[in-house]
Design a protein around this ligand. Sequence first.
Ligand SMILES: [Zn+2]
Length: 100
Amino acid sequence: MRHEAGHLILDPIFASEYYQDDESDCFLAVDIDDCDCKGCIKDRGPIPKYTTLSIGLVAGKQKISQRLTLDEATQLADTLSRYVKVLKDLELVGEGVDLA
Ligand SMILES: [Zn+2]
């Protein structure tokens, strides 16, 4: 069953980027675009600082990063928030179910 609250297809303005790392890891990162290091300045290009954020997903040696506008990030945050509320209302999370 697909609950309407739990699905969002974003078509971001910026293209996603793919990286291959030497070391394997597993995490999700959210970065506010406020860094002034050479790499971030180069990545940001003409995009003004503080106008985007980046989400990165590392799975093994592969990393995908996606730059989002503030409106896109808001859509994603709202969808996650609504869906968590649906799950909590169903009492599937936080009521004795240990997902760790
Ligand atoms: Zn940086």
